[in-house]
Design a protein around this ligand. Structure first.
Ligand code: AHN
Ligand code: ZN
Length: 334
């Protein structure tokens, strides 16, 4: 397997007088597996093939089963959190958070998350006739899960192939991949009351989880939430709540990306505060950042955001690679 060699420490100087060895070089080379963007892309396409993942639909239920089964096929212990909630207008919804844990018996847990639902309304589409039509959410939803599935595949391969020297066993780490439901349920732009403070209408799955964990007493060292990590022409700014709650983790991720050469994706500029699932994880007491795609050529979210164009045609493998390789490198250097 092709490995990426990542040099973390180079030189340790020894300046003892009277020692004719005036310097000593010490190298630590960490080999990080290669993230396969083709594989992640297939997982994104597969999720989209079910149709929009809108709560209370057959497509949603089938795709939920696909995601849970796929994680299980990668050796994960899967927890399902089923819960009832309500949309902004009172419509009852059935939610399912899917938590997939790799190497579950380890002492220290790290949480990686993203939402798997897709927006029920293309309310940002330029064609007003589409505003009530659900979207595929290839980027907004499926991309994060695609990256997480590929990470799980690689972590499981490492556990199977490398015994006690597998990365997670060496470090005593468990990775919990949490797939949030009902993130994109927030009050649509066409609703009469969309101007009021509607932050509580988004992120319903993670709000539920912040109150009731999948395992009682669950905690993690930190969390990284992924959102819209697969589109063309995208850029990742340092997000406001992430900087407030976990600035050192933001630095760790962004400097890892920079060492890998992904400075065109990971900008050192900050952006505003985004209401997203990481906020709920932070409120639940676990420091968590959000890696959320923005439009590299304009202001705000990617141009396909909450439009009918958020489909598989606008998914970019290089973007998936930049995120996936950065994530693996962060874990392998934990
Ligand atoms: C708000 O627009 C309030 N939050 C954006 C979070 C989001 C929506 N991420 C993806 N879709
Ligand atoms: Zn969205």
């Amino acid at each position: 397997m092709k490995k990426i060699i990542y040099l973390i420490a180079l030189i340790v100087l020894c300046g003892c007088k009277g020692n004719n060895k005036t310097s000593e070089a010490e190298e630590t080379v960490i080999e990080v597996p290669s993230f396969c963007a083709d594989s992640a892309y297939e997982y994104v396409a597969k999720q989209c093939s079910f149709g929009p993942r809108v709560m209370n639909t057959a497509a949603h239920d089938s795709c939920g089963n696909y995601i849970a089964n796929k994680f299980e096929s990668f050796g994960a212990k899967v927890y399902n959190q089923y819960a009832d909630s309500k949309l902004y207008d009172g419509t009852p919804i059935k939610m399912r958070n899917i938590v997939a844990c790799i190497n579950p018996d380890a002492n220290v847990h790290i949480l990686i998350s993203g939402h798997w639902d897709s927006r029920p309304w293309a309310d940002h589409d330029e064609d007003e006739n589409m505003h009530h039509t659900p979207i595929d959410g290839a980027n907004d939803g499926a991309s994060s899960i695609g990256v997480m599935l590929e990470m799980a595949r690689i972590l499981n391969d490492d556990l199977k192939a490398n015994g006690d020297s597998a990365m997670l066993r060496q470090k005593g780490l468990a990775i919990d991949f949490i797939c949030w439901d009902a993130e994109d349920s927030g009050t649509p732009e066409f609703a009469d009351n969309h101007d009021m403070d509607d932050s509580k209408t988004w992120c319903l799955g993670s709000q539920y989880w912040a109150g009731v964990r999948h395992v009682e007493g669950y905690t993690a060292r930190y969390g990284i939430n992924l959102d819209m990590v697969g589109s063309n022409k995208t850029i990742f700014y340092k997000e406001g709540y992430s900087m407030r709650f976990a600035p050192a983790l933001v630095d760790k991720v962004w400097s890892t990306a920079s060492k890998l050469g992904y400075t065109n994706y990971f900008s050192n500029e900050t952006c505003g505060y985004v209401t997203d699932d990481h906020v709920q994880v932070n409120l639940g007491g676990i420091p968590c950042i959000d890696i959320i795609g923005a439009d590299a050529e304009g202001d705000g979210f990617p141009s396909t955001w909450h439009t009918m164009d958020d489909n598989i045609d606008n998914i970019n493998k290089q973007t998936l690679k930049a995120i996936g390789q950065t994530m693996l490198t962060v874990l392998w250097n934990e």
